[in-house]
Design a protein around this ligand. Sequence first.
Ligand SMILES: [Zn+2]
Length: 373
Amino acid sequence: MIERKDFVRIGDMTLADFFASPLQNAYDWVVRTTSGTSEQGPIVSVMNLSSGSEERQGWYFDAERTIICMGAFNSRVLSALSLDKYGNPYTCAILAVDYRDLAPELTGIISDFAPERIIGFPSFLARLIPYISPEVGSGVQKLCLGGEMITPVLAKLFASSFPNASYCLLYAAGEIGSISETTCTYLPLNYYHPLRGVTIEILDPDETGAGDLLVSKVLHGGISIEKYRIGDMARIHKNSCPCGYNLAFESLGRKGHDYIKLVGALLLRAEFDRVAIGMKTLFEDYRVEASQVLDQRTVKGKIHIQVFRIGLPGTEAFTTEIADRFSRELFLTPSQTLSDLVAADVFLPLSVEFTNVPFEQKHKDVKLFLKIA
Ligand SMILES: [Zn+2]
């Protein structure tokens, strides 16, 4: 089995080789990183632009005005390079939006641009919606999304913000490329048919069939990847689909037992443990439930913590103290605490609840849960 940390190492070695002996045809290659929303941080990959170029071309450029919101500078460079290199037959304008561009003046820029298509990560699109007027939203014909699951909260927000848009969805990973075929219209959201030639398995499935997704694939250049634990949870469904394919997988998102990705932040079990250890005189054990909530046209993260303590009852002062300390001490991005993200309107204030009943122990010691409403 290959883990993400192995890919980080392979990426570093490939990059070192790449700089040590630059290629003749350097313009055929692009160096990019993944978004870094896993415990091992971003994976650096060196990618040949000619691989999968037709698929990418179709996705990106057969609209006149496309917004790209993938949050990373490398995606702008990649797009610009593919456009330039393959002599794009369409006249296509691209507005590439970065997280740092989310400011009031963006609304006017997007209105002037009048996008037909939006390509990006679902969570980034959710952050962008407050800057898109309803008139502009009705003009969007297609949403090309990937990289994360589309939760019911996001699906509802997208349907109301882009009433005329259809979906084009792809399950892919920066380091190994496409894993699914593009959207099958018969499948529910977050379900995908595996790309032909790609083998998928579930590692150690629980009672519902959910477990870590393992992907086996032969990459461009003949490198064979066996049982790569990509970092997402999934379930396999073997029903036959009207399109003729009898295998699908349901993506359950980047939700390991030890981390949850939510509204662009990363909730790490180790980080919760770190803060909890500092409060061990206050409680014995805890459980975290994370969810997305829709507040006007904005999706926000919500964290609810249950704490267990023996004997003494939990008073309001007690839960308030725990909530304050978790908020101040818990980092959800490399530089921002929960308090910072509450102040920035990305998360709702933390809620803490006391219980005097010990938590049920299951076969895995899971403390973080993502509630998908
Ligand atoms: Zn199908």
